[in-house]
Write a protein that binds this ligand. Structure first.
Ligand SMILES: C[S@@+](CC[C@H](N)C(=O)[O-])C[C@H]1O[C@@H](n2cnc3c(N)ncnc32)[C@H](O)[C@@H]1O
Length: 366
């Protein structure tokens, strides 16, 4: 199987004969077979997703395994056709019984963000995307590869803004699952999809015109090795869209320790020139250095309550203690990010690779 294929769709479609019209969905949760209520989504957007008893639900057309997370997400499902053919459907492996306050507090930072479907955006969010799109001439004929896409924000929203198409990948299966769901809900017409892959194993099956990395270079274990791979995917030329953080003044050690305990990783400690060194072999087509305004209590509350409500609805959380635990943890994360702001800036960069130039610098910086 290549990395571009949607494994869920592939599993769902492979053993089903084209003339089979009638399916019985038998869901095995791994906990208790066949009793969970569930929603299913058809292969074509012709019909609305229907809630129903998973066991015994009959569908008039083939179904794929993109189960909707109401009221809980199920580890595994089997679609059985009337002629006896069965299809194993892998869904996101979240144990529905374990969405408790204790589990919310125990999850790793990326797992927590994945669980609540936090839209992990590049620094500058939509405003950065607008600058990238304008200054890299992104349009309907562009093909974009988003690297380390998390829940798919950049590619999905660039497609919405410009009509571009493309592929996103991330090593986290849970994040990729959310990216595909978010695309269905927020950009159903966008010609984009998301796959699970490691940046050090991924091999693109097409030539992309644009490569989006946001602020993720230092999230990858060996940035220099990754950049060498990236360049090998670029053909004659390509735009490389990044928005890395850098420090405007040194962070106090106790703040670094606090941030590490909240995020599980060290925030950027590099000043501007050090950060830019990683990108020195590319041409700088556009650059803007941006300061960050701290968010007010009201702004933080509005964002957090919107995200927590959506997470509780999609996870089927009904008890106040779990809702509170989700809200507290998200609030702590946002408050810590806000505390770091006076120490940070970020650069919106449109970089260009040209085989005829790389890795030399023939254009002065200023
Ligand atoms: C800081 S988040 C990315 C945020 C956002 N996409 C951006 O533009 O800045 C880092 C992401 O890198 C992913 N990641 C880490 N190591 C990876 C690898 N080896 N291959 C692919 N993705 C990886 C993580 O799963 C996570 O989703």
């Amino acid at each position: 199987m290549t990395q571009q294929e949607d494994p869920v769709k592939k599993n769902a479609q492979k053993p089903v004969k084209k003339d089979v019209k009638d399916f019985e969905l038998v869901v095995k949760t791994g906990l208790k077979a066949g009793r969970a209520r569930h929603c299913w989504e058809p292969t074509r957007p012709a019909a609305e997703p229907q809630p129903g008893e998973a066991s015994g639900l009959r569908a008039a057309r083939p179904w794929v395994a993109r189960s909707l997370p109401y009221p809980s997400e199920l580890p595994r499902a089997v679609v059985r056709a009337t002629d006896g053919a069965t299809v194993q459907l892998q869904t996101n492996q979240i144990d529905p019984t374990a969405t408790t306050p204790e589990r919310i507090r125990a999850l790793s930072y990326p797992d927590f963000l994945g669980l609540i479907n936090q839209w992990n955006v590049p620094p500058g969010a939509l405003s950065t995307l607008s600058s990238w799109a304008l200054h890299s001439r992104l349009g309907p004929s562009s093909r974009v590869l988003e690297i380390a896409c998390t829940t798919g924000f950049s590619l999905r929203e660039l497609a919405t803004l410009t009509g571009c198409g493309g592929v996103g990948f991330d090593i986290s299966a849970a994040s990729v699952d959310k990216a595909n769901r978010n695309r269905l809900v927020h950009a159903p017409d966008a010609a984009v999809n998301f796959v699970c892959a490691d940046a050090y194993a991924y091999e693109p099956s097409e030539l992309f015109s644009h490569f989006v990395l946001g602020a993720s270079l230092k999230s990858l274990p060996d940035p220099a090795r990754f950049l060498a791979r990236l360049v090998s995917w670029m053909g004659e030329s390509g735009y490389f869209l990044v928005s890395p953080f850098y420090t405007r003044r040194p962070l106090p050690p106790d703040l670094v320790a606090q941030a590490r305990s909240v995020f599980g990783f060290t925030p950027t400690l590099e000043p501007y020139k050090e950060m830019m060194r990683a990108y020195r072999d590319f041409e700088i087509v556009f650059e803007e250095r941006r300061t960050i305004e701290r968010e007010t209590e009201d702004e933080l509350r509005h964002y957090c309550s919107s995200t927590v409500s959506r997470a509780c609805q999609s996870l089927g959380v009904r008890d106040d203690a779990t809702r509170q635990a989700i809200g507290d943890r998200l609030g702590t994360i946002r408050a810590m990010s806000n505390t770091l702001r006076p120490y940070q800036e970020y650069a919106v960069l449109v970089l260009r690779y040209r085989r005829s130039v790389y890795p030399n610098r023939y254009v002065e910086l200023f």
